[in-house]
Design a protein around this ligand. Structure first.
Ligand code: SF4
Length: 950
């Protein structure tokens, strides 16, 4: 027992208290058994290895000035001093001997892999000139910023709007757009913020305890909830670690989750277990028109009867037939959810939402359960991300751009929540435009996106992409095809503001460059962060400020003014001024709290790394409309309060309250938006079958059954040589300890995971001819195939195979680019027009480098890159790429080798066309491109929303 304590009596698992951060003393483990003290300065920053933004403490060795390790920051309100494996592995990333340390410029043909070092001045001059010319010639939409891992909020929006361009692209449509649409249709906010810690029943359609959204902060609170007696149910075809912790594991057949959720809703309706007051007060039930029933004037009881009738087909038995989950489990779970009432919490993000055609339906059906139980905005219930995420204001905000970029938001997908980014190669192939200056930012579409070979074809084409800079901390498969590779910092090498909806509270976190902060504390001065970072690794804040000055050096274009100091007129903005202004003026309570310690708000944030803004987050919809706003307002016939034509609230029980940001200011049980935008059959939460439903599988073999509805489902056409049985492939589950493409040389992490075998249920293993773990399997997609090992396991529902997307990195050069701890050296060839073959030449092995760890690599597998063999599947409504694949599986042949990949991009273009045929394009009402009320990242001026003038 005594071994668990330090000499001063503190527990070994105890986080160092703030008063000791200036000089924290630990024994040097390498000196053991001698007792040698090490002195550290502890500097808080924010993890950059997933979206959760947990608080890190960098331990800087006072003797060497180097960061020695990262642990959790106990002062961070969301992560509370705890981290997942990826947080401490930041140390591997910053010391990675293969990382990019200097700005590099292509010196040979694009894609030939030859690079020379260049200067930041040359980079700014080259891009500044090209972008200035494009903007001045009215070609602003040819400038595009494309973000993979966000975590750099606010300044980018400012930059693009200052440039006056519609150029923000993101990865969101391969990540979470479907779930976002499902939530958004109810309440405008596009993400849930469940109060797990105070819930009585938690339903997860995600793998939260191992890898889900806001992983570590949420996992902590789910466990808090469980420790306080909450029950946990998990809907997942895979027995994830999360499912293994659950009271109920519901292994739904993929894409049938909405049927199960609607069956639960039916139980709650039929057994009168719902919160009638909440539904009556807080939904737009009077707008419901369904099956010939018009609610207006009929009364609430008639509405409930109409809903019962409408959902009558969703019997638990029907849901069992669709999903494979037993009817009695569905009924029991529904009753437990109803019993939890306002303390019912849930989460759905990727998984069923991101995998399936119609993946927005489960989120919408799940919200119906929250609405019926009155668990919206409550303690222990479902809250809105917009209520729990802090968004600061900044000074001198540029006006919205006047342009609309159809390469981002094309008119075919008017309800897409985010940019149709994964279709960019196909849009360019169709001749819809070109890109003059393209910034990929911590973004690796060749590897993380479906159809990576179409990306390679387009990125290679200098007509399509005039100039491409990859802003990235590490080499990547995409950087290989760039013109410039520009090194950006990891968690301890950059500034950013972060805030996420992690719990029932609102916080802001401050990422900061640790070495610069410490050296400035000691009296040194730096103009730019790259002067204090390793090599010339920069941070984006300063890059964008300087690039904006390079575009508009004399201020004549009106751009520079937004990057001038708010304190020193006409002078270049510094990061201290940018963040200092925000902390001084825009974070409620921070200046007062800082003052109590004799600090400025900026000094406070540099000292603690995070600040909790408020805990007053529940029931924001019930806040009264401020008296000043009420003056001059009017109540419309539907109860909405408007002022100067704009909605400001809604009357509920004769009280003017702010409500939600929806057109009805209430939760939209009935979506007039769906009706107006040509999908009236989805005015209420519904269920239609996914593209990998059994009926679609039968149709792909020429036997469409009665279940097959070609109005919604594209028919899969198999490549001529595709053989084997048809299965559904789940390709999107995360491994808890890997990051998409930045963990390449994170030895801590690759030691734990370095294989991504094909999960096969024993029933299917038998059907496939007696497959055993380790056998080589060939998986045919619609456009090609990949070859990998089998892992026979009962942890997966039969009829489904699975493979994690976190492995399978590759590099074209034997000796460099793409970290060698995680990638295979491959032979990549275009063997016919659009026909690509990849074969692994050498897998992972120990190698010499500046880091002795690289000699200690003991694993010899890099995994197999499956995503590149997937065609694009744009959902016709949400625009989300539907990741699940219908595949044919067989034992590999004598000619096949582990890691082999083949793809025909001619086929991928044909699949794109088949999916595109399902859309119902804009214009919508009044000639709109998309509904005005649905949010857009970097929102343009209202006038740009109209295809035709209103
Ligand atoms: S959950 Fe893990 S990877 Fe994500 S921010 Fe927290 S520590 Fe980093």
């Amino acid at each position: 027992m005594s071994n668990e304590f330090n000499r001063d009596g503190s527990h070994l698992a105890y986080c160092p208290p703030v008063e000791k951060w200036e000089d924290w003393v630990e024994l040097d483990p390498e000196a053991w058994p001698r007792r040698v003290e090490k002195h550290y300065s502890l500097v808080p920053t924010i993890c950059f290895n997933c979206e959760s933004a947990c608080g890190l403490l960098a331990y800087v060795d006072k003797e060497t000035g180097q960061v020695a390790k990262f642990e959790g920051n106990p002062m961070h309100p969301a992560s509370r001093g705890r981290l997942c494996a990826k947080g401490p592995a930041t140390i591997n990333q910053i010391h990675d001997p293969d990382r990019v340390l200097y700005p590099m410029k292509r010196s040979g043909e694009r894609g030939a892999g030859r690079w020379t070092r260049t200067s930041w001045e040359e980079v700014l001059e080259t891009f500044g000139t090209r972008i200035r010319k494009a903007i001045q010639e009215g070609r602003g939409e040819e400038v595009m910023y494309h973000v993979g891992r966000p975590g750099h909020d606010f300044i980018m929006e400012r930059t693009l709007q200052a440039w006056g361009i519609d150029g923000h692209n993101s990865h969101t449509n391969v990540c979470s757009s479907s779930a976002r649409l499902g939530y958004l249709l109810w309440h405008y906010a596009d993400r849930p913020s469940p109060d797990h810690a105070n819930a009585r029943f938690i339903l997860l359609l995600s793998a939260h305890l191992e890898s889900g959204h806001y992983f570590n902060p949420h996992a902590q609170r789910i466990i808090d909830g469980k420790m306080a007696g909450a029950k946990l149910a998990v809907m997942d075809p895979r027995l994830s670690n999360t499912a293994s912790m659950a009271d109920y594991w519901m292994p739904t057949y993929p894409g049938t989750e909405a049927a199960v959720l609607l069956a639960m809703a039916k139980v709650i309706l039929d057994e009168s277990l719902f919160d009638a007051t909440f539904v009556k007060n807080w939904t737009n039930w009077e707008e419901v028109e369904v099956d010939g029933f018009v609610a207006k004037g009929q009364g609430f009881a008639a509405l409930i009867e109409a809903l019962k009738k409408h959902y009558a087909r969703f019997t638990p038995e029907f849901a069992e037939k669709e999903s494979g989950v037993k009817a009695e489990v569905i009924v029991k779970t529904a009753r437990e959810i109803a019993t939890a009432g306002s303390r019912f919490a849930s989460h759905l993000w990727r998984g069923s939402a991101s995998g399936n055609l119609g993946g927005w339906q489960p989120a919408r059906a799940l919200m119906l359960l929250h609405v019926l139980t009155g668990s919206v905005g409550t303690e222990g219930g479902h809250n809105l991300n917009a209520w729990n995420k802090f968004v600061p204001k900044t000074f001198k905000v540029p006006p919205p751009q006047k342009r609309w970029n159809e390469l981002l938001y094309p008119r075919e997908w008017p309800l897409c929540t985010h940019e149709m980014s994964f279709l960019l190669p196909h849009f360019l192939k169709e001749g819809r435009g070109r890109i003059e200056a393209y910034f990929t930012r911590v973004f690796n579409p060749v590897w993380t996106y479906p159809d990576g070979f179409s990306w390679i074809e387009m990125l290679h084409d200098e007509e399509k992409f005039g100039l491409h800079a990859a802003l990235t901390p590490t080499w990547s498969e995409t950087a290989w095809f760039a013109d410039y590779v520009l090194p950006m910092g990891f968690s301890s090498e950059r500034h950013d503001l972060m805030s996420q909806e992690s719990y029932a509270g609102k916080w802001i976190g401050f990422r900061q460059p640790v070495n610069r902060v410490l050296r400035e504390r000691a009296g040194e001065k730096f103009e730019y962060t790259y002067q204090a970072n390793p090599g010339e690794v920069w941070e984006e804040d300063e890059f964008w400020i300087n690039l904006s000055w390079a575009i508009d050096p004399d201020g004549a274009m009106g751009i520079r003014q937004y990057f001038e100091s708010p304190y020193r007129p006409g002078q270049k903005l510094t990061v201290d001024e940018y963040y200092g202004w925000i902390f001084d003026n825009s974070v409620p309570g921070l200046p007062e709290t800082a003052k109590k310690e004799g600090l400025t708000p900026l000094q406070y944030m540099r000292k603690y790394g995070a600040f909790e803004v408020t805990r007053d987050v529940y029931k924001q919809n019930e806040k009264p409309v401020p008296a000043a706003d009420l003056a001059g307002s009017r109540v419309e016939t539907n109860g909405v309060l408007t002022k100067a034509g704009k909605p400001i609230g809604v009357m509920v029980e004769d009280q003017p309250v702010v409500g939600y940001n929806t057109p009805s200011r209430k939760l939209e049980l009935f979506s007039k938006t769906m009706v107006d935008w040509k999908w009236p059959e989805f005015a209420l939460p519904e269920y239609f079958r996914s593209h990998i439903h059994r009926s679609a599988q039968a149709a792909s073999l020429g036997q469409p059954g009665e279940d097959f509805d070609s109005k919604y489902m594209p028919v899969v056409e198999w490549p001529k040589d595709a053989r084997g049985d048809v299965y559904t492939l789940l390709p999107i589950f995360r491994l808890p300890n890997l990051i998409h493409t930045r963990s390449g040389n994170a030895k801590f992490l690759y030691e734990i995971s370095h294989k991504n075998p094909l999960w096969v249920n024993p029933v299917d293993a038998k059907k496939l001819g007696g497959v055993r773990t380790g056998d080589l399997m060939k998986v045919h997609t619609e456009i090609g195939y990949f070859v990998l090992h089998a892992w026979v396991t009962e942890g997966l529902t039969p009829g489904v195979v699975a493979c994690s997307h976190h492995l399978g990195r590759w590099r074209i050069n034997k000796e460099d680019q793409v970290e060698r701890m995680s990638s295979a050296w491959v032979d990549l060839k275009e063997v016919g027009k659009g026909q690509w073959k990849m074969r692994q030449l050498e897998s992972v092995s120990p190698y010499e480098s500046a880091d002795p760890e690289t000699k200690r690599v003991w694993w010899s597998d890099a995994g197999v890159h499956q995503d590149i063999t997937f065609p694009v599947h744009p959902d016709p409504i949400s625009g989300m790429h539907c990741w699940h694949q219908m595949v044919r599986v067989e034992k590999a042949g004598a000619e096949d080798r582990y890691g082999d990949i083949f793809v025909d991009t001619n086929l991928s273009f044909a699949v794109y066309q088949r999916w595109k045929a399902l859309v119902r394009p804009a214009p919508g009402p009044a000639g709109l491109r998309r509904p005005l009320w649905i949010p857009r990242v970097v929102r343009p001026d209202v006038a740009a929303y109209y295809i035709t003038k209103p």
